[in-house]
Design a protein around this ligand. Structure first.
Ligand code: HSE
Length: 410
């Protein structure tokens, strides 16, 4: 019998407890031993639950109990989770977590401590909810040099965009629904502003390219300024509007990393990933593109990944799973590359005829253009050009009252 502790009994923590308590036979099946939840740490009262005797408010009780071999941290946030996880590892306990903020900020340090203590620190649930992505990427694609990893990494924003477009729901109502379903972070601005997807692309890029990527290094934009008009425009041009996290290797060994609302071509499978579903595309030099798809948020899906990590820790109680990466450094993420690409642009002006004339001068070669004289607006897909050139050309369109620009992904 292996003793386990759970830190946090929120959406994910309660899912973990329920799987372990109601489906004990799955532990037997997976690791040939029984698991027992000895403690659940939470400051709230859960007197109505049949397993109420497991609750404690005292972390010291857990960290000082040598019987506890595996701890699941599912509290979220950096503090006190960082301190708790570090202390559990230092006390010789394996730790699993769904906490992407923690892994993205402190993963390198925590994995080092785990190695020193000969225990495991696993975090499959931190990216893609229930989708197996980190383990397959690190283990099953190990024979590849990974050149790019990208995808839809936040269930809340994907759910909101979908509700806004398909059901004509307004933003606030869609967000409320995402919160009710247990998809959103405690503070949903982390979802909306792209920080959650940023943390996940950091973890993916770190594992894919072997060097730590910090959230501050990622060019991050959320969906706060995205409107229904933008989503409709995407549709008109043959795209779907998605929040895309992307990291790619550059020839000099540095990488690019970004989170941006993006027009994704309807030709790509990613464009059809809707609602709470996430998809992660990994491109290896041997395999080409490999796509991982499934529920990216929610109680059961995320708990499934946490429990699988608990099982893995139990299987490897006396050995370590090999997981390692190098330190990051300041210039490692280079988002200043002036890459060629195609952009969607929408501009309007009270002096529409001038705008039209200027547009013809500068963007006459644009492959797809829609003009709306009534709104004084032009929208177009640029030809393939360097970002700096597009910016210069846009600067020369005088008297623009609004301009919207989106990356495209073909
Ligand atoms: N808030 C996150 C999301 C939860 O919406 O994807 C899963 O990490």
């Amino acid at each position: 019998m292996i003793q386990v502790a759970i830190l946090g009994h929120g959406v994910v923590g309660s899912g973990v407890a329920e799987i372990l308590i109601h489906h004990g036979e799955r532990a037997q099946r997976a690791v040939k031993t029984d698991l027992n939840i000895k403690y659940i740490l939470d400051l709230r009262e859960f007197d109505h639950l049949p397993y109420r005797e497991k609750f404690t408010k005292d972390f010291e009780q857990i960290v000082n109990d040598p019987e506890v071999r595996v701890v699941a941290e599912v509290m979220g946030g950096l503090h006190p989770a960082y301190d708790f996880v570090k202390r559990c590892l230092l006390a010789g306990k394996s730790v699993v977590t769904s906490n992407k903020e923690l892994v993205a900020a402190k993963g390198a340090e925590l994995i080092r401590i785990a190695a020193q203590k000969n225990v495991n620190f696993l975090f499959e649930a931190s990216v893609g909810g229930g989708i197996p992505i980190l383990r397959p990427m690190v283990q099953c694609l190990a024979a590849n040099d990974i050149t790019e990893v990208c995808g839809i990494l936040n269930g809340t924003t994907n759910f909101i965009l979908n509700k806004m477009v398909v059901e004509n729901m307004d933003f606030d109502k869609a967000l409320q629904l995402a919160q009710q379903n247990g998809y959103a972070e405690k503070d949903p601005t982390a979802d909306i502003e792209g920080h959650d997807a940023c943390r996940k692309i950091c973890i993916l890029a770190t594992l894919a390219f072997g060097r730590h990527v910090f959230p501050e290094q990622v060019d991050t934009h959320g969906i706060a300024s995205v409107t229904k008009e933008d989503a409709e425009a995407a549709d008109r041009f043959g795209f779907a509007l998605k929040l895309i996290g992307r990291a790619a290797k550059l020839p000099d060994g540095t990488i690019t990393a970004s989170v941006r609302p993006t027009f994704v071509s309807r030709e790509r499978i990613l464009s059809g990933v809707d609602g709470v579903f996430n998809a992660v595309s990994v491109t290896g030099d041997e395999t080409g593109e490999v796509l991982f798809y499934g529920k990216g948020a929610g109680k059961e899906a995320t708990a499934s990944a946490v429990v699988a990590d608990i099982f893995d820790c139990v299987k490897h109680l006396d050995s370590r799973k090999y997981l390692f990466w190098e330190e990051g450094y300041e210039g490692y993420v280079n988002n200043q590359t002036d890459e060629e690409g195609q952009w969607y642009v929408r501009a309007s002006s009270p002096r529409y005829s001038d705008l039209l004339a200027r547009f013809e001068e500068q963007f006459g070669n644009a492959p797809t253009v829609f003009k709306n004289e009534y709104r004084g607006e032009i929208e177009w897909l640029t030809a393939r050009e360097k970002a700096s050139v597009i910016r210069e050309k846009l600067a020369s369109l005088q008297d623009i009252s609004t301009v919207k620009i989106f990356d495209t992904m073909f």
